[in-house]
Ligand binder design. Structure first.
Ligand code: BG6
Length: 518
């Protein structure tokens, strides 16, 4: 987790990218590394070795990556002089990921760079490949002796970490055979988001809310990660994954852990990760026959998004025309411990929902006794705290206030914090934060093997129940709506509601964040 970035904190580093000619490298990794270089947050001695199967020279690769930087860098188009200082750090190596010669050549390249720099370098191996390679590359790295130096070698792996509990365990075992857990960095890019990191700051750097953060004061919690986009160009991958694997097993579980975890004793990576995994261990197991009562799945049909007609999921490229894959999931979970006993956590995520919105809403209990006259409190609502992750980055606390006038009239009002108003520093992209942390060997924001497995364990009964029964009613929500109707039934009591996402009005309205219910 970056505090204050200075290059002298970083030692010589070779950043090896398997899949160096691929989309992730082009769209995310190189723009993030370029932005770090703009912030002077890369070591003086630094090289990127892009490894891939296709035939490509340094010059052609650099041209392609330059284009990616121009499109995705947070600094906008790269100035010629700046790009020409960065580009020579990038080298291409053609090689088959399943041939020992590739790894021997890689070792040779690293040694050559170290000789040139006159110093031993950290070697970061990033698997930006299709998941089918995740189980192979670590084996070859191990055999080539490239994983051996515990202090200098690291491996980075993207989700999906497995397809289910069994395959996740197998993958963790393959990684563990060549690397120690301290060398393995499993990326969940949600953890790199500023507003997600801020959940820890908000909860544990302020004495105000933590005493209220429990079953005594909190009625229920909703976690929403809504996307307005469809599957875009990823139909082929997505149709085998679905929303539960793609979003819930990782991003939503991480948010749940940060909201429900106990306070950490120190800011040590394992201390924080222990507290997070405790949440998953305390989650009430879902019995397979109970799945219909606590899980809802949906798939979008054609509809309207941003005023335009859009096709249904089954019409998307790469998707089977009779696909049974879910593009929407809602779950009701309970955490069985002293803090949360009886408090429902409602999670939902989906594609082609009316708008993009990731946020956590903490609904407080009603006051124990209403001492105001009934006519004073017609619009009365219990307090609600919203931690808004994106696209609005901020926090809103809704509470009751007296409406001006001679009579006592209560009205709900908001107190709010908006990142872009309070801080003039730009938020780095999640990948910048995470790559910097890998270089610094700080694993706080990365998933540990036991956490990944605990998340799969919790969700396996849902996956099994769903794979055993065809949904029958797919598509069951139109693109541009908030998911299937049955999702309302999941909310335990009548007065529980999915909150409508916060909105940031135009600055002319003082940037007021508005809430309403859907
Ligand atoms: C990825 C999923 O992990 O997260 C995508 O594979 C999803 O399906 C994306 O669109 C959402 O990330 P963000 O940062 O845009 O909320």
């Amino acid at each position: 987790m970056p505090a204050c970035k200075t290059t002298d904190q970083l030692e010589p580093t070779v950043f090896v990218i398997f899949g160096g000619a691929g989309d992730l490298t082009w769209r995310k990794l190189i723009p993030a590394l370029f932005d770090l270089s703009q912030d002077r947050s890369l070591p003086e001695s630094f090289a990127i070795l892009a490894v891939d199967r296709i035939k490509l020279g340094d010059a052609a690769l650099r041209r392609r990556l330059h284009d990616g930087v121009n499109q995705f860098s947070r600094f906008g188009r790269a100035k010629e002089a700046v790009w020409s200082r960065f580009a020579p750090h990038i080298h291409y190596q053609q090689g088959d990921f399943k041939k020992s010669a590739t790894y021997a050549a890689l070792g040779g390249q690293c040694a050559k760079l170290e000789k040139q720099w006159g110093a031993k370098a950290h070697r970061i191996f990033y698997m930006a490949t299709p998941p089918s390679m995740f189980g192979e590359i670590p084996k070859y790295l191990g055999r080539a002796g490239l994983a051996r130096d515990r202090a200098f070698a690291r491996i980075v792996i993207e989700k999906p970490i497995g397809y289910d509990l069994e395959s996740a365990r197998a993958l963790n075992a393959v990684l563990g055979a060549s690397f120690e857990e301290s060398q393995i960095f499993r990326i969940d890019h949600y953890l790199g988001k500023e507003t997600v990191q801020n959940i820890l700051a908000f909860r544990f750097a302020n004495p105000l809310f933590e005493p209220l953060w429990n079953r005594r004061y909190i009625d229920y919690v909703t976690i929403t990660v809504a996307e307005s986009v469809g599957v875009e160009h990823r139909g082929g991958y997505y149709d085998h994954a679905g929303a539960l694997r793609d979003m819930v097993q990782n991003h939503l579980m991480q948010l749940l852990c940060l909201i429900a975890m106990e306070p950490m004793v120190s800011f040590d990576a394992d201390e924080i990760r222990n507290k997070k995994v405790d949440v998953l261990h305390a989650a009430r197991p879902i019995h397979r026959d109970q799945v219909p009562l606590c899980a809802v799945r949906g798939q979008y049909g054609s509809g309207t998004a941003a005023g335009k007609k859009v096709p249904g999921y089954r019409e998307e490229a790469g998707v089977a025309t009779d696909s049974q894959t879910e593009t929407f999931v809602a779950l009701k979970l309970f955490i069985d411990n002293w803090r949360w006993q009886g408090v429902p956590f409602y999670l939902r995520t989906g594609k082609r929902l009316p708008r993009q919105a990731s946020e956590v809403s903490i609904q407080f209990r009603a006051v124990p006794h209403r001492s105001f006259p009934p006519e004073a409190s017609l619009g009365w609502q219990p307090s609600r705290l919203v931690l808004s992750i994106q696209p609005v980055e901020g926090i809103v606390l809704g509470f009751q206030a007296k409406y001006p006038g001679p009579e006592m009239q209560l009205r709900p009002v908001d107190m709010r914090f908006a990142y872009r108003e309070s801080f003039d520093a730009p938020s780095p992209d999640a990948y910048e934060t995470l790559l910097w942390d890998v270089m610094k060997k700080d694993a706080t924001l990365f998933m540990r093997a036991d956490q990944v497995e605990a998340a799969w364990q919790l969700l396996m009964p849902v996956l099994e129940a769903w794979s055993g029964t065809q949904p029958g009613d797919f598509p069951n929500y139109a693109a541009g709506t908030w998911g299937p109707e049955s999702v309302q039934g999941l909310l335990e009591r009548q007065e529980h509601r999915w909150p409508a996402p916060t909105e940031l009005r135009s600055p002319g309205m003082h940037g007021r964040i508005r809430k309403k219910e859907n």
